[in-house]
Ligand binder design. Structure first.
Ligand code: GTP
Ligand code: MG
Length: 238
């Protein structure tokens, strides 16, 4: 009884057989090779992302065991889908080969860390960036300098060593660190942006900008409350 794999192999052999007159690999061989390269390409980003996620989990668990609270609220991550990578390659006019893409597109592996307080965002960034095996390529502080639309977040582009069988590859990982309030704002803004396909009406833009100001005010107020409570607890007899 023939298995699917046998049939597949037979089909590929047939497709491939006549393309081989002067010893060049056939079309199917080339297709399989491209596919293999793409899978490997994506896998390396997964490895890099896993490395950073482990580091974040170490911090998180350490805090949960030794202190009464962790600066890390939650962590999300994603690998950019191939189609989205290719969109971006086109938009940015990147040369369509893996080597150029590796250099130009730095958010193929993306991690988002949500914190309770603004000071925690900086603290977490500092703890990550000071790890000696990570290369800090760029820090974009949209908390100190929000984007014109109101967007706030701390972006860190890292290069993470991935130890492969025959070499070490440094893989870009984008880490976005922000507060719950900033994250709430960014997720709504993102949905609105897509709803209007980038052409957001100006009154809505104004409201979003105002909402970002309020999110920042809320962050500030929450920190003040926390500081007050901390001070009271330190005064109180134990
Ligand atoms: P890309 O925007 O990814 O092409 O890179 P860039 O060089 O402009 O970097 P930047 O740090 O500005 O943005 C990187 C990522 O941050 C984006 O892919 C989004 O995930 C997020 N981001 C940046 N700006 C905004 C914004 O205005 N709104 C929202 N919701 N997210 C944003
Ligand atoms: Mg951008």
């Amino acid at each position: 009884k023939k298995t699917d794999v046998d049939l597949y192999r037979q089909l590929l052999t047939q497709l491939n057989s006549n393309a081989d007159a002067n010893g060049q690999p056939g079309a199917v061989d080339r297709m399989i090779d491209v596919r293999r390269q793409l899978t490997e390409f994506q896998l390396h980003y997964k490895f890099g992302m896993d490395e950073v996620l482990t580091k974040i989990n170490v911090l998180r668990e350490e805090f949960e065991h030794t202190r009464d609270y962790s600066p890390i609220e939650h962590v999300n991550y994603r690998l950019k889908a191939l189609e989205r990578i290719l969109d971006k390659v086109q938009r940015y006019g990147v040369e369509a080969n893996l080597e150029s893409i590796r250099h130009a597109i730095r958010d193929i592996a993306g991690i988002r860390i949500t914190c309770s307080f603004v000071s925690d965002a900086y603290w977490v960034a500092e703890m990550l960036c000071s790890q000696p095996d990570l290369r800090v390529v760029e820090v974009k502080d949209y908390i100190r300098s929000p984007k014109p639309n109101g967007y706030q977040s701390l972006h860190v582009i890292l290069q993470v060593p991935v130890y492969l069988s025959n070499r070490t590859e440094f893989v870009y990982v984008e880490v976005q660190i922000r507060t719950v309030a900033m994250d709430f704002w960014a997720s709504l803004e993102h949905k609105i942006y897509y709803t209007y396909e980038g052409e957001v009406p100006s009154d809505i833009l104004d409201e979003l900008r105002e909402a970002a100001v309020q999110a920042a005010a809320l962050d500030k107020q929450m920190a003040e409350i926390r500081d007050k409570v901390t001070a009271l607890r330190e005064q109180a007899p134990h």
